[in-house]
Design a protein around this ligand. Structure first.
Ligand code: SF4
Ligand code: MG
Length: 336
């Protein structure tokens, strides 16, 4: 499939105590048309900053893209003026967030809010926009869409509201949908329904999806490819099959252990990995995961590992794979 988004050695960061700190550190990945890439990691891993950078919304959050490139349909996004970005955000890349209620305006009906998006981005007349809004509500699986269109967000359940938010996102017919923890606020049954919906819509429209989640269980359901992030860096990347059949980076292994049912889990702590993620302005030397890693060796404390290739399309940034990779094809390791 065609690569629609290419992120290349991209660092994005913020000013903290008059110092520039990287919230993402030279990250690279691609997203293909019609496919879902999941970015997984704990909060503070840089997942959300990655999506804000792609959308160039980071500019409004007091941050900036510091180095590297993000190319969408072959065009560099960091090079664009915000005026052009507004157009891209309205027509080609859409984003949905964790809390549907905060994304919706309480004083307008849901039909009006979808119609507004259509009027704004597609110059539809009021009547056509409302007709299409009802059609979109039907498409996202809302029963009696004509009735629902006239209701306000507080009259709908959380799951219904997230469907409305998805309908608004679809109104711009995006080639890429970025979903940041879209089901985290919803109960498990509804969560599964929303993930199904996203997959069905992807099949119908061919849109690419970047789904950001802390939950490996969610990634298992929807991902084609998985990028595992930790403290701003990519630790491992592979197909969903590779990551689950052959999880390699100790951090990935730890995340897998956090899937309920996979190993004893008290239901509150999502992680069985000891310790906490470092602050972005206080990264340890060497491998950024070493203070929490059960396998840490001397070299891990001194030198940052580059990527070692574990398969044609599977790589991990971990010294444990140095030898293995030396016997197979070695990727051009990141400059240490
Ligand atoms: Fe652990 Fe070393 Fe691998 Fe880092 S490089 S994950 S510290 S074994
Ligand atoms: Mg986040």
């Amino acid at each position: 499939a065609r690569k629609i988004l290419e992120v290349n050695e991209m660092s994005a960061g913020f000013l903290v105590n008059k110092e520039i700190v990287k919230a993402t550190d030279r990250i690279s990945f691609n997203v293909e048309e019609g496919k879902t890439l999941c970015i997984v990691g704990e909060s503070g891993s840089g997942k959300s900053v990655t999506s804000l950078a792609i959308m160039r919304l980071i500019d409004y959050a007091g941050g900036a893209i510091l180095e590297g490139d993000i190319s969408f349909n072959g065009e560099s996004l960091p090079a664009k003026e915000q005026e052009e970005m507004r157009h891209i955000r309205g027509n080609q890349i859409a984003m949905i967030f964790q809390d549907p209620m905060s994304a919706l305006n309480p004083v307008f009906t849901v039909g009006d809010q979808i119609a507004e998006s259509l009027r704004l981005h597609q110059n539809k007349s009021d009547k056509d926009a409302m007709k299409e809004a009802v059609e979109l509500l039907r498409q996202v699986g809302i029963p009696s869409p004509e009735v629902r269109a006239k209701q306000y967000p507080h009259e709908l359940s959380g799951g219904m509201c997230q469907r409305v938010v998805i309908a608004i996102a679809l109104a711009c017919r995006p080639q890429l949908l970025i979903a940041d923890e879209p089901t985290t606020a919803l109960d498990v049954t509804v969560q599964a329904q929303i993930l199904d919906l996203l997959q069905n819509l992807q099949r119908e429209t061919g849109m690419a999806i970047i789904l950001i989640t802390h939950d490996m269980g969610v990634a298992a359901e929807v991902a084609d490819r998985i990028v595992v992030m930790y403290a701003g860096g990519i630790m491992e990347e592979g197909s969903v099959e590779e990551i689950f059949a052959q999880p390699s980076h100790p951090y990935t292994v730890g995340l897998l252990k956090s899937i309920p049912g996979f190993e004893a889990n008290d239901g509150n702590d999502l992680y069985t990995i000891k310790g906490t993620i470092p602050r972005i302005n206080q990264l340890p030397t060497g491998c950024r995961f070493h203070p929490r890693c059960e396998h840490a060796m001397d070299i891990c404390r001194k030198q940052e590992p580059g990527f070692f290739q574990l398969g044609p399309d599977h790589k991990a940034a971990c010294w444990l794979f140095e030898e293995h990779a030396a016997e197979s094809k070695v990727s051009p390791a990141r400059a240490a």
